[in-house]
Design a protein. Structure first.
Length: 238
């Protein structure tokens, strides 16, 4: 499946080669971080399964943005449909078509950054390829990691993919408006599973359709932005 991290088929990448790949990625991630720091941009790596509602969350974020300036890159294997949706929602957006790679890496993000005007941007979202495995281990230069988890996916997802949920700063439980149509499914069941693998990671429930939870999500983002702005001011007073 993925030619860069060795997760596909019977192909095995030797440990030393894998470490070199990650070291090169980390160097590129550091360069991305310099871009974000220079422009005082809060960068969020948004991960999740295909269909978890990542694009819909960003569309809803734009609708509820309250003057916040948003930009994004959107990763997919074969199309630029998500990036098109984000542009239609008013988000400055670039598409990253990965081909066979099941995650974004720092070099791909850096290449896409050349097509994004970061000046004046408050939040830069990296909408990762739909996957609950590989994206968790790649630093992209982001400020924070967020994973979208839909109520339609099964409450055992954190138990099945613990590494992902242990490497994020926030879990967004999406599609809350569908709960009345899912007998026996509750938001509490998702939270119980999350607490077993990541006791300290916060969870916010949202509905991109109804707008439920959006103010809490925006408040979390603003808190991260305040941290970024404070750190930038200390390092480079203006």
């Amino acid at each position: 499946m993925c030619e860069t991290c060795g997760c596909g088929g019977g192909n095995v990448i030797p440990v030393e080669i894998r470490e070199n790949l990650l070291a090169e990625n980390d160097r590129a991630a550091g360069h991305n971080r310099e871009h974000f720091h220079r422009h005082r941009v809060t960068a969020v790596n948004l991960m999740g399964s295909p269909g978890s509602g990542k694009t819909a969350l960003l569309e809803a974020t734009a609708r509820a943005g309250g003057g916040r300036a948003l930009a994004a890159v959107s990763g997919d294997l074969a199309t630029d449909r998500d990036a098109d949706r984000l542009r239609q929602a008013g988000i400055q957006s670039q598409s990253i078509t990965t081909g066979s790679a099941c995650h974004l890496d720092a070099r791909l993000v850096h290449r896409a950054l050349h097509g994004v005007k970061l000046a004046g941007v408050d939040y830069f979202f990296i909408e990762n390829v739909g996957n609950l495995v590989c994206p968790a281990i790649f630093d992209l230069g982001q400020t924070a990691n967020v994973v979208a988890l839909a109520v339609t996916e099964g409450e055992d997802k954190p138990l099945k993919y613990p590494v992902m949920f242990q490497h994020v700063d926030l879990v967004i439980l999406t599609k809350l408006d569908l709960l009345p149509h899912l007998p026996g499914v509750t938001a509490d069941a998702y939270e119980r599973s999350l607490r077993q693998v990541a006791p300290a990671v916060p969870l916010i429930g949202v509905s991109a359709v109804a707008g439920t939870g959006m103010q809490e999500w925006l408040g979390w983002l603003d808190a991260r932005r305040a941290e970024v702005t404070a750190a930038a001011s200390l390092a480079d007073p203006r």
